[in-house]
Design a protein around this ligand. Sequence first.
Ligand code: HEC
Ligand code: HEC
Ligand code: HEC
Ligand code: HEC
Ligand code: HEC
Ligand code: HEC
Ligand code: HEC
Ligand code: HEC
Ligand code: HEC
Ligand code: HEC
Length: 509
Amino acid sequence: MPVQYTSRQLSERVEIESHKRPNRFRRRTWWAAFWLSVACVVWLAYEGAHGDYHIFEGGDVAHVHRMFENDCAKCHTTWAPLERALHLDFSHKVYSVDNKACLACHPGSVHHTNQIPAHDVLSCAECHLEHKGNHSLVSVGDNVCLRCHAHIETSDNEKSFVTSVREFGRQDGHPEFAFARLLDSKSPDTPGIGKKHEVLKLLKFDEKAGWQDRANIRFNHSAHLKSERDESGQLVYGLIGQDQRLGKERFTDLSQTCHACHEKDAQGRYMLPIRFEQHCQKCHPLLFDNAKFPGLQVPHERPEVVRGFLTDNYTLTALRDPASVGEAKPVRSIPGRKSRPVLSKDQVGWVEEQLKSAEIQTLRHTHAMFGPEAKGGCAYCHTVNNQDQPGAWEIVPPNIPDRWEPHAIFSHQAHQMMNCVECHGAVGESKDTGDVMLPKMELCGKCHSRHPEQPPAGAPLRYFGASNDCVECHVYHDHGEDRFVGTLDSLLGDSKANPDAILKDKNTN
Ligand code: HEC
Ligand code: HEC
Ligand code: HEC
Ligand code: HEC
Ligand code: HEC
Ligand code: HEC
Ligand code: HEC
Ligand code: HEC
Ligand code: HEC
Ligand code: HEC
């Protein structure tokens, strides 16, 4: 039969003061903790004393800064964590790097002088995140841009750009590109486009045609590129040319070779400017007098230079071959001096006569005179002032724009998987320089968006697109000065790597 205990007897069996009794296990745990802490402090002190501060970091700095990573004070000049703890302020408005430290190496240029908060009030560290290992310093999240751009405010109340942006590729999330807004407006008013907007320099307003490409040069894409459908129904573009063997007009497929005139720059970003000598001259030669000077062309230069060239050529002809001028007088020479050829009055008259007609030819000649090549007089392509006054005509500078979206960046190389006409489809029908044949935003949004709001009928819902981060297409700093300009002499000793230092040395020696 089990023994029955009263509750009192039970409580007496429990030793209330048991935790005060020495216990071996507990004691050892305490000592272990103590010695481990000491070891940590010693370790930290040891590493510190040996100059290795790596151990105090949360993660490596970005690889561009790794060279001076251990020199924490290059960036850290404040005791922000301590300050935050003392003030019990965890809003993280105090940064543990001072902009001044960054500015010592990067004189970081402002975004816009009228921004609120001003450039020097924003911490560099807000956008350039450190201690994240191989994370790129320049992959900046949209949140920092939208902080201002969701509802822009400016210190001077001037607003040249659209005031609200949310997300690219989303309905009403980003403004239509400026040139397209102008083209659509059809009136000289420029709603939402302030005075400082560079697009106003790329387009000019014409009463009849509306907003137009500003270039002062005649060019007709469709005359140079014929469009036809091939067997599969695809549009192909070709450069018209005579096929020698067949003896008739044919066109070569140029759907991938707009490069005949448009070549990418070294980074593959934009198309290099058109050059007459490279892209036009072989078909539009600048002949002026094929009878006397077969095949000879005037230089593609300012009118004075052209006039000088013509004067030289006709004068030399008159001197070398007086018979051609219609008189065969011996050339007079001044006694006592080495004989120097001098033009007679009649010869001068002849040269002037020739010059007049040659200048007119140079300006307006047509291919009927010279053979199968295309027309080539200056006025065929250029707007020429004082066209009817030989000796006084002037070429209006062509002024062909070389950038169309100056407030964004673009890369043709990154889109090499696409055909030119997928973006510049209007080229085939363009007959006039005034046409602008650039893609509008809707096309870009087809790829550069995360959640297409309405996938095309039948197409699967797509969750991943090309990046639509603001920094994919925009830069923040007004470039020029924000690259590295300092020296890393703390590591390299008294550095001679600084060109200024070398120059100074040279000058003092
Ligand atoms: C290239 C500049 C740079 C260098 C070099 C650098 N850091 Fe940093 N560090 C930063 C930036 C930027 C931050 C983020 C600041 C913030 O958010 O307040 C940061 C944050 C920190 C923080 C967190 C502080 C806080 O305010 O929360 C610690 C700790 C830290 N760094 C330690 C180090 C140590 C130790 C070294 C040297 C071994 C070092 N850093 C070298 C730029 C640098
Ligand atoms: C001791 C000089 C030095 C200091 C201080 C310094 N940097 Fe740099 N930084 C460099 C060098 C060197 C490069 C690499 C060369 C370059 O890209 O021009 C670089 C590159 C960069 C880049 C370009 C990264 C890229 O991927 O192209 C950014 C952004 C940058 N630094 C921001 C900062 C910020 C923010 C600070 C302050 C926390 C800072 N730097 C402090 C020397 C410095
Ligand atoms: C501190 C506020 C502020 C922040 C942050 C900011 N912007 Fe701006 N941004 C402005 C102001 C102000 C203007 C000029 C507005 C005007 O004059 O109409 C501007 C203009 C622009 C423009 C048009 C003109 C131009 O220079 O190209 C673009 C594009 C732009 N910002 C992109 C960005 C991107 C991308 C980011 C994020 C990396 C960003 N901005 C962050 C204030 C800011
Ligand atoms: C492969 C030869 C070729 C090249 C290269 C070429 N053209 Fe032409 N161009 C022609 C031919 C052929 C015509 C006549 C087409 C016609 O009458 O339909 C023509 C016509 C023109 C016209 C008149 C169009 C019109 O509307 O009547 C202009 C202006 C012109 N070219 C300018 C240029 C310029 C500027 C360049 C260089 C960027 C250039 N061409 C390069 C062959 C060429
Ligand atoms: C087939 C078309 C064509 C003909 C014909 C032509 N040009 Fe040009 N010209 C161009 C193009 C395209 C440019 C812009 C690209 C360049 O500078 O090479 C240009 C640029 C110029 C410029 C540079 C203007 C500036 O300010 O940049 C001058 C000067 C000039 N041409 C003079 C002439 C003269 C003089 C003639 C006649 C002898 C002539 N051109 C005939 C197409 C032509
Ligand atoms: C993804 C669409 C896209 C494709 C594909 C494309 N372009 Fe462009 N193109 C653009 C945009 C956007 C601009 C305006 C860039 C700027 O100036 O800011 C442009 C500008 C141009 C310009 C004006 C000069 C310049 O660089 O700004 C020419 C010429 C041009 N493209 C020719 C071509 C040719 C030739 C091809 C085929 C090799 C091509 N493009 C393929 C989108 C495209
Ligand atoms: C014979 C030379 C020639 C060829 C070939 C040619 N272009 Fe052009 N292109 C020009 C000239 C000259 C200009 C500048 C005059 C102007 O602004 O229209 C120009 C301008 C452009 C522009 C920017 C100006 C605007 O108004 O949009 C685009 C985009 C362009 N071309 C696309 C193309 C594409 C795409 C092809 C191939 C299908 C092509 N071009 C083939 C000579 C050529
Ligand atoms: C067919 C899909 C497609 C279309 C349409 C498209 N893009 Fe892209 N774009 C891409 C892809 C994919 C990349 C990344 C390619 C890479 O990084 O090499 C890219 C990259 C870019 C970049 C970054 C380039 C760099 O390396 O700096 C810019 C800027 C850009 N696109 C702008 C545009 C603009 C503006 C348009 C509209 C005129 C456009 N894209 C239309 C697919 C597209
Ligand atoms: C796929 C490329 C792309 C992306 C992503 C993108 N933009 Fe743009 N953005 C452009 C182009 C192209 C323009 C026209 C630039 C011009 O007209 O010079 C533009 C124009 C602007 C302008 C000036 C508008 C005006 O009034 O002319 C602002 C501001 C702007 N973008 C802000 C942003 C912000 C903020 C983000 C991120 C939420 C962003 N953009 C994302 C391509 C892009
Ligand atoms: C609002 C966000 C933002 C702030 C604040 C900011 N930057 Fe940047 N920075 C960027 C972006 C986005 C890029 C990459 C695109 C570009 O070059 O504009 C960049 C690029 C850079 C580069 C590399 C330039 C190059 O040519 O590749 C340097 C260096 C730099 N920033 C230094 C600084 C310094 C120093 C400060 C503080 C005075 C600072 N940044 C403040 C957003 C910012």
